[in-house]
Design a protein around this ligand. Structure first.
Ligand code: ATP
Ligand code: MG
Length: 413
């Protein structure tokens, strides 16, 4: 911990440990950070990815309140769930009261009751995520590993904790593959068998939860590996029979990453996944994943524009014509088509729109046109549009050019 946690985080963890001791509560570091510490993951040091999970045997909300009083943290408590979030400038801490979970039926959210650390580790997804580090003053830094997570880390295996794990919560199927591909691990033999047996349990998971897991996949460095593997295991077609994880997807995901900022990538990946879909196939996926309106518009636009590409490819167009043709589409749909299409005239038009045309503005505005004697209303609208077209096509450059053109247009109108 001393080697891999940023100083600020380490001090805070020590502070929490002290406060917990005063309240006679036991607190542990759990989940991803424990796994990554044992893997000596260098990205821990950068402090970029900080969300720490702590489990409290006792009352997490009470402990969080205490810590918030003596530090610069914003506290967000959920009494009902026994959880609290402490938000610092560069990272967040999640504190949860140790709990036991039971599943009334597959795919449902679990019923939660307070429990011990052992209960809390048993409800987790994989052995490598089911370890804890004690922060109690007696035994500070001691590893708690009841499910042989450390051995699985050494053997590079993803292993579930009991045979009903995937049917209790089939999002774990998607999580298993995500960790497998991120870490370069393998599914342990029985886990792989159970995963295949329980693939159909994905049907019990709500659209929102599946979508959330896909979003997590899209935050990975190489989501195409995860998608390909999900296809291989039959999980992708269980979500929608039309989804593919082939070489085309891999190539386009890679291209998207080289062109776009990380925040824009998830929506781009979604639209690339449906690039070969028909309208009905899109409709089916939108319904299954409960896709929000904006993304759903972008998906439909992606397809609508795709069918226009042959026309764009065979028609020499002026910049103003390109602009007025493309402006009715969601910019995301234009980006997706620029990435998904092959080098062509159509692709150059799309890129021209995205990098230049959509930012072109006239120098004159309505106020200035009024001063030139052009009255507000349809006439002015027309003049502004003609000026904009002339500017797009390079027929006017300076403000003086625009004035001249406006004055020559106005009497004709
Ligand atoms: P990451 O590096 O992806 O953030 P993480 O292990 O921190 O990895 P989170 O999604 O932040 O993953 O979840 C925190 C912990 O909660 C996990 O380590 C795991 O123990 C547990 N967990 C999360 N989702 C599930 C689930 N569906 N079933 C069981 N346990 C889960
Ligand atoms: Mg995490």
């Amino acid at each position: 911990m001393e080697q891999y946690l940023p100083q600020q985080v380490l001090e805070l963890v020590e502070d929490i440990s002290g406060q917990a001791a005063k309240q006679k509560q036991r607190v542990y570091l759990v989940g991803g950070v424990v796994r990554d510490l044992l893997l000596r993951d260098p990205s821990l040091r950068s402090g970029l990815r900080f969300d720490l999970d702590l489990v409290v045997e006792g009352d997490a909300v009470k402990l969080a309140q205490q810590v918030a009083e003596t530090s610069q943290a914003k506290l967000l408590a959920h009494r009902r769930f026994g959880t609290a979030k402490l938000r610092y400038e560069n990272f967040t801490l999640d504190l949860a009261t140790a709990r036991k979970e039971t599943y009334a039926k597959p795919g449902a959210l679990p019923t939660v009751t307070p429990g011990t650390l052992q209960d809390d580790l048993l409800r987790r997804d994989f052995s490598i995520n089911a370890m804890a580090i004690s922060l109690a003053s007696k035994g500070y830094g001691k590893l708690v590993d009841p499910h042989e997570g450390q051995t699985d880390l050494e053997h590079r295996l993803i292993r579930i904790l009991h045979p009903r794990s995937f049917s209790d919560d089939a999002t774990r199927i998607l999580r298993a593959v995500r960790y497998e591909q991120r870490l370069g691990f393998r599914l342990e033999a029985q886990t792989a068998q159970l995963l295949k047996r329980d693939i159909h349990m994905l049907d019990t998971i709500s659209g929102d939860r599946i979508r959330h897991e896909l979003e997590l996949i899209f935050k990975e460095k190489r989501p195409e590996f995860v998608i390909k593997r999900l296809a291989e295991l039959g999980a992708l077609s269980r979500i929608s029979p039309f989804l593919k994880g082939d070489g085309w997807i891999a190539e386009k995901f890679d291209r998207a990453r080289r062109l776009k900022k990380p925040t824009q990538l998830p929506s781009l990946y979604f639209c690339l996944l449906i690039y070969s879909f028909s309208v009905t196939e899109i409709e089916q996926l939108l319904a299954r994943l409960n896709i929000p309106a904006k993304l759903s518009r972008a998906m439909h636009d992606t397809l609508r524009l795709k069918t226009k590409l042959p026309f764009l490819d065979t028609s020499p167009l002026k910049p103003s014509e390109i602009y007025y043709l493309l402006r009715e589409y969601e910019p995301l749909a234009i980006q997706v088509n620029a990435i998904a299409s092959e080098p062509s005239m159509a692709q150059r038009y799309l890129q021209l729109f995205l990098t230049k045309l959509r930012y072109v503005r006239t120098s004159l505005d309505g106020e200035e046109l009024k001063r030139l004697g052009i009255s507000a209303g349809p006439e002015m609208g027309k003049v502004l549009q003609l000026l904009h077209k002339a500017k797009l096509d390079g027929e006017v450059r300076t403000k003086a050019d625009e004035k001249k053109l406006a004055l020559s247009l106005s009497p004709k109108l």
